[in-house]
Ligand binder design. Sequence first.
Ligand code: SAH
Length: 367
Amino acid sequence: MKPNIKDLSRGELEGWLGRRKEPHYRAAQIRQWLFQKGALSFAEMSNLSGALRSALAEDYSVSRLTTVRRSSSRDGTVKFLFGLADGLSIESVLIPEGRRLTLCISTQAGCGFGCAFCATALLGLKRSLAASEIVDQVLEANRSLAAGERITHVVLMGMGEPLANYDQTVGALRILSDADWGIGISSRRITLSTVGLVPQMKKLMEETQANLAISLHATTDELRSRLMPVNRKYPLAELMECCRSLPLPKRKRITFEYVVLKGVNHSAEDARRLSGLLSGIRAKINLIPFNPHPGSRYQRPAPQEILEFQNALRARGHQVNVREPRGEDIQAACGQLQGEHQGKDENGRRNSLNDLNGSRGSSSLSC
Ligand code: SAH
């Protein structure tokens, strides 16, 4: 396999061009073909000489994800199951909302963080994605759009933990946001969601302008460690202290995601503690009604219960939204992405999710 040209840094590409006595600006031209015009071959790059196109094709390949399956929901949400070159698969979800067209993308195949309520966790970590594989999800989803449509927002909330794949994720963010040679989606419209890896959160805020969302989900260390094992490494006090000290640009807020699990984490006491944890942080809270998936032991609270929790937080002066579940009929909602047919149940036994949910050949399941 030839190396994928999309994984070359600008310096590497310029170095290669320099050795062929080609000017540096060719690097921008090549990247515009790849990331702005979605070129699938060097032959298409009509502003380069034939000799240069042949030399590029001799040394490099141009990657493309295969679309293994595309499922459309009644509510307009589209879920893609994309195949990677090594046979693994990942999921991305396209979510139309008024004028917005948001793509939720994956940063790892599977996930190693083992959150108790998440379907992707059942897979374990297969591997981290290359920057090109992260970006290719946007390019491939774009190809499926009607003329005139374009992806306006990107959320790194699909399969995997973006900050556990830090360098490739930041590389992908650069390509996504650069307006000169990249895809040109402004950082203001890109949100990265993390389980709360403290050292990488700081680094990310220093190195990029992406919006930060943190999966909180509990208000005591005891419960958070049960739901999210990562809490044993970065407990609540350390996580919140980090949030307080982040170099947050003016007018920006940190989003705190909170999956609401029936009877587990939405009491009046939880509202009081959550409010206390967020004191001194410019925050907004996103309540995510739990999305059930095969093998999960949790339930979604009734709408009234979620509303009560929302009101209790609002009464304490917080900005609180309830995320509307999207694409539930195609298992495309948060926490439902799985990207392959086999999963493990909560006791770690291998089982087929197709058997569990009775659907044939449907991938299911984590946003
Ligand atoms: N690893 C990152 C991003 C992926 S998950 C993170 O954890 O933040 C994106 C969001 O969906 C997280 O807040 C996650 O906790 C939430 N989620 C996972 N499973 C869910 C489920 N079954 N129902 C609702 N939200 C879920």
